[in-house]
Write a protein that binds this ligand. Sequence first.
Ligand SMILES: [Zn+2]
Length: 214
Amino acid sequence: MQRRYRGAFFLSAPGRPRQVALTFDDVPDPRFTPQVLDILKRKQVRATFFVVGEKALKHPDLVRRIRREGHAIGNHSFDHPNFARMSTAEVRRQIRRTEAVIRRQVGFAPRLIRPPYGEIREPQLKWAKSEGYAVVNWNVDSLDWRQLGAQAVFRNVTTAVRPGSIILLHAGGGVGQNLCGTIEALPVLIDWLRSKGYEMVALPQMLGKSERKA
Ligand SMILES: [Zn+2]
C-alpha cells in the first residue's frame, strides 16, 4: 500500500538517517495531553499530535498550546469511528468536520490524516490522495492504549525502532483509560533514543511534506 500510494500513505519513512517521529493520538485530553507537552518541552522534542474533532471542540486551549509549542497537528477524525466500516462519503465528512474545527483554532487545515485504529480502505485512500492529504499510520506500536506500565511501553518501542520509524503513542484516551505508563516512559524513552543517536522530528519534516493542506 505504501508503494502503491507513494507520497500519500506512510507507515514509516524509509531511508531517513536515524530520524524517528513520536506521534500522539486521541488528543486533546486535559488529563494527559498537558503532561506529555510538559515533558516534550523540557526535553526539547518536536512531535506530532493527531486531533479528534469532538475533543478539540471541548478543549480548544489545548489544541492551541500544541501548536504554540511547535508541534505538528494532524486529523484523527471527528468522533473516532472505524473508517473500514464506513463509506468514503462518511469518511470525508469525518475529516472535513474536524478540519473546520482545527482551522478555526489554529488557522490552517492539516495535510496529515491518521485513521482511527489505523483502519482505512482503498477507495478512501484514493480519495485522500486525490485531495492532497497524506495518510500516516505507524510501524512501531507502543501498545500504550492497553494501559501498560512504563517498562512495557518502553520495551515495545525500543525493541522495534529503527531509522525512519513512526512511533504510535497516545496523549488522550477514553473514559477511565489510564495513560500513566506513557507519561512515565516518555522521558526515559526520549533519553534512550538520543543515546542511540536518534533525532526526534515532527512528521512533516520526516516525510518532507508541508503540515498544511494546499
Ligand atoms: Zn485513536
